[in-house]
Design a protein around this ligand. Structure first.
Ligand code: SAM
Length: 293
């Protein structure tokens, strides 16, 4: 259980594959679960298990657990997490890749994969992050929480505050922020030329689910209010996740409360414009769309 808001685990422990690059210590997952699980029989979910750290922690703690990853065929950017797990998660743990730092597909596993968030440029990564966080939020039950462990990074002298980005876009209510001191990371030796301060921490942001509804049903007004940090493209992609084939009218209906929160009178034109992006959307026939494979 977390004793305070700064944690340090010099020894990563025995959970998961220690050679999986960018893995995290099981100690933080154990503390997270001990701190936020309210029901012993609640389902624990990790949509990006990497080298299986959370898998081992959950097994050792005797918890009900569903873990997957892009390397297992599950894609947080096109699949609907709630439908995949088949029930709502009590607690969700997510340790995303950081754009451009370590590449997973094509290096740690399989062939290069266009949905692999570690291979994206910063702009695509930002949108993917929005989409993934909405997907996770929607898969958590009312009263449940999700924790996102995120590091910040510096590239060519610019500091990218990814944890702050997560905080801005997550639809849940932020309930805790835990600073994790980093040990033995690559940047200790390599990336510190110049006058910059060495980044030696990651942040675990913990959010409580705000309400019980999925994106397409229920209290949309509240949901829209929570979504003000999200881009239009991410919102349209979220509506189509989980192999949905939808008419423009249904897409617009789902987005209407969001549009109200944006105060954009021409939002339907904006939705049509977003749907032109062939990297993400396929027009099956006039006015009917699905996500690109
Ligand atoms: C930082 S690693 C997780 C490491 C893990 N916590 C561990 O201790 O081994 C991030 C993971 O996200 C996965 N990933 C990348 N893009 C994804 C996507 N679109 N959907 C699901 N997982 C994805 C990568 O394959 C990688 O395993």
């Amino acid at each position: 259980m977390f004793a305070g808001s700064v944690v340090s685990y010099p020894d990563r422990g025995h959970w998961g594959k220690s050679s999986y690059r960018g893995n995290c210590t099981g100690r933080i997952i154990k503390d997270f679960l001990e701190s936020y699980m309210k029901r012993k029989d609640g389902l624990v979910v990790d949509p990006s298990i990497g080298g299986g750290t959370s898998v081992d922690v959950a097994r050792e703690m005797g918890l009900r657990f569903v873990g997957t990853d892009l390397h297992q065929g599950f894609n947080l950017l096109t699949d609907d997490l709630a439908s995949y797990i088949g029930e709502m998660a009590h607690v969700c743990w997510w340790h995303p890749p950081y754009a451009g730092m370590l590449k997973y597909s094509g290096e740690e596993w399989g062939e290069p994969n266009k949905w692999d968030m570690s291979r994206m440029n910063f702009q695509d990564f930002t949108e993917a992050l929005e989409l993934a966080v909405m997907n996770i939020h929607d898969a958590v039950e009312r009263g449940g929480v999700y924790g996102i462990l995120m590091g910040n990074m510096r590239a060519k002298g610019t500091y990218y505050n990814l944890s702050s980005l997560v905080e801005r876009i997550a639809p849940g209510r932020l309930i805790d922020e835990v600073i994790k001191v980093q040990h033995n990371c690559k940047s200790d030796s390599s990336s510190y030329k110049g006058n910059f301060v060495r980044i030696a921490h990651e942040k675990l942001l913990v959010f409580a689910k705000r309400e019980s509804s999925l994106f397409l049903i229920g209290s949309m007004e509240k949901r829209a209010a929570a979504m003000t940090g999200i881009t239009w493209k991410a919102a349209v992609r979220r509506v189509l996740q989980g192999n949905k084939i939808l008419h423009l009218k249904d897409i617009n209906d789902a987005l209407e409360p969001y549009a109200k929160s944006r105060d954009n009178q021409h939002w339907q034109a904006k939705v049509r414009q977003v749907l032109q992006d062939e990297r993400y959307f396929v027009r099956l026939k006039p006015g009917v769309y699905q996500l690109a494979a």
